[in-house]
Ligand binder design. Structure first.
Ligand SMILES: [Zn+2]
Length: 222
């Protein structure tokens, strides 16, 4: 049985199964409303990376610029928990961001003499920890001499802003009181599923803390 942080005394988390894509845990003594808050946050409240801004240098493919930008936005990018800041919490405070809150990805197909499929293998990143989860994701088919050259900026975001930042699919099964609640987190690809669960708990704790701070600022009634 695994226990997580200061929840240990009252609440405990037992890992039932785990692989690269999915983790299933049993939550002991968790009220259903806590588990449901965690489910919702793991779904769309955990920050993951996605391409947010695309500068088209050249695009002679059959795909319109908007279509190309849309496809690049949907490429899952490896996100290591706690490695980058969300733009709204980064110290730089700059709209264009910095190396701690933004990643530059470049993609240049070159031009070939034959029909090729441009894939994520051609994407290079200025941050070695951030790259597409697979090199085999097709982006566009290119005819001879067609070329795509783009610069993209990726940043952390939440699924509540756009579905491209959804971290996972999450389900809860309720059992008897002894059986507890069974939570399954299936990663959308960007993050390790156990990290999503831990990041979800951090996010929930952070939101409760900021709620406590704002509630404690309510003046006492005279
Ligand atoms: Zn920054």
């Amino acid at each position: 049985m695994y226990t997580i942080g200061s929840f240990a005394a009252l609440y405990s988390v037992e890992v039932l199964s785990r692989d690269d894509d999915k983790i299933t845990v049993r939550l002991h003594n968790f009220p259903i409303q806590y588990a449901n808050a965690l489910r919702r946050i793991c779904l769309n409240g955990v920050p993951v990376l996605a391409v947010d801004v695309v500068d088209i240098v050249q695009n002679t493919s059959v795909l319109a610029d908007e279509g190309l930008a849309h496809r690049l936005g949907l490429v899952p990018l490896i996100t290591e928990r706690g490695r980058l800041n969300t733009p709204e919490t980064c110290d730089c405070g700059r709209e264009e961001g910095c190396a701690n809150c933004r990643v530059l990805l470049t993609l240049d197909s070159g031009s070939a003499g034959e029909t090729t499929t441009l894939t994520t293998a051609r994407i290079s990143s200025d941050n070695p920890s951030v790259r597409p989860v697979s090199d085999d994701i097709p982006i566009v088919q290119l005819a001879p001499s067609q070329r795509v050259e783009v610069e993209c900026h990726a940043r952390l975001g939440r699924g509540t802003d756009h579905a491209k930042w959804n971290a996972s699919n999450v389900s809860i099964l309720t059992g008897t009181e002894e059986e507890g609640l069974v939570l399954t987190v299936e990663s959308a690809g960007a993050m390790d599923p156990a990290d999503i669960l831990l990041a979800g708990m951090d996010e929930l704790a952070g939101r409760l803390e900021s709620f406590r701070e704002s509630a404690s600022a309510i003046p006492a009634q005279s």
